[in-house]
Ligand binder design. Structure first.
Ligand code: GLN
Length: 297
């Protein structure tokens, strides 16, 4: 079915047609998505949309809205259409070159902040975010802790460009050192040591990627998803290199995928002698974060 796009004379009609179109294409949360796309196309906020609901719809907004509805129905995540995702209460720009930050990753950030405060008692630390993508983690750490020195590394120049924009957007860009390179290499090359290593690396086993939703499988960057045959390759690489870059005491915090926490915990125990390894679970009780404290005596 193709709705009668020409009957979209008012904002209200557009909202209803958009909702019906998305429903017909089995898109999740059709009302919410229709509203979000419509007010973004108009450049209005929520209140604006509802107070001006019966106004005529400007032609350009209608064109943009129809294009976005079709793209959403084809599986493009709404965040790439509107170019934005919220993370830790702040707005982040997202493009198809970066993974859309997920709410679970806030657990990782909370763990880093809490444990670092515990270990260093509020003193400034140096932290590196490996595979920064949109910069969600690095920018949040630098914004939450203005006296920290934060380094953000990514292999993808396109991702680093988005991450830098997010630093500027959130007012912490100049305090972050952006480095392009493969995992810990940029640090090793500069002989740089840090107190904290944090990463939400790609951790999906390659063979599972074809079974993911089209939004993720087709539209999110494969580089940000694919963790090799068992999903653990990035952890192996990181854990191998960490002893050469981590100061003492030190803190390592990783996000992990389903059923990976035990193995990643063991890797950390083997590589960092005497480290205290612990896990943090999400609200559903699944372990999502694996962390290690070293040099605690
Ligand atoms: N560090 C970014 C995030 O957590 C990107 C992670 C990734 O691309 N795997 O959102």
């Amino acid at each position: 079915m193709n709705p009668e796009w020409n009957q979209m004379e008012t904002v209200a009609q557009a909202y209803r047609l958009g909702t019906r179109y998305l429903e017909g294409r089995q898109v999740e949360s059709p009302r919410f998505i229709s509203e979000l796309l419509l007010r973004t196309a108009l450049g209005w906020d929520r209140t604006g949309l509802f107070t001006r609901f019966h106004e005529p719809l400007p032609f350009e907004a209608a064109q943009r809205f129809i294009t976005w509805l079709k793209q959403r129905a084809e599986g493009i995540p709404v965040q790439y259409l509107i170019g934005e995702q919220e993370f830790f209460g702040r707005s982040f720009r997202v493009e198809p070159s970066v993974l859309i930050p997920r709410p679970e990753t806030e657990i990782l950030v909370e763990t880093v902040l809490r444990e670092a405060d515990r270990i260093w008692k509020g003193k400034a630390v140096t932290a590196v975010d490996m595979g920064t993508g949109s910069g969600a983690i690095a920018v949040t750490l630098a914004t939450e802790r203005p006296d920290w020195e934060v380094v953000a590394v990514d292999r993808s120049p396109a991702a680093l460009k988005v991450a830098r924009q997010n630093g500027a957007k959130n007012g912490s860009g100049e305090r972050i050192r952006w480095m392009q390179g493969d995992w810990l290499e940029p640090l090793l090359k500069r002989d740089l040591r840090v107190d904290v290593v944090v990463s939400n690396p790609p951790y999906i086993p390659a063979g599972e990627i074809p079974h993911l939703d089209v939004e993720v499988r087709v539209h999110e960057p494969r580089m940000a998803l694919d963790g090799g045959p068992d999903g653990l390759d990035p952890y192996r690489t990181l854990v191998r290199g960490i002893p050469a870059v981590l100061k003492n005491p030190g803190l390592v915090v990783f996000e992990v995928g389903e059923d990976q926490s035990e193995t990643v915990g063991e890797m950390l125990e083997e590589s960092l002698a005497g480290a205290q390894v612990f896990f943090v679970s999400d609200l559903a009780g699944r372990p999502r974060v694996v962390a290690a404290r070293t040099g605690m005596g």
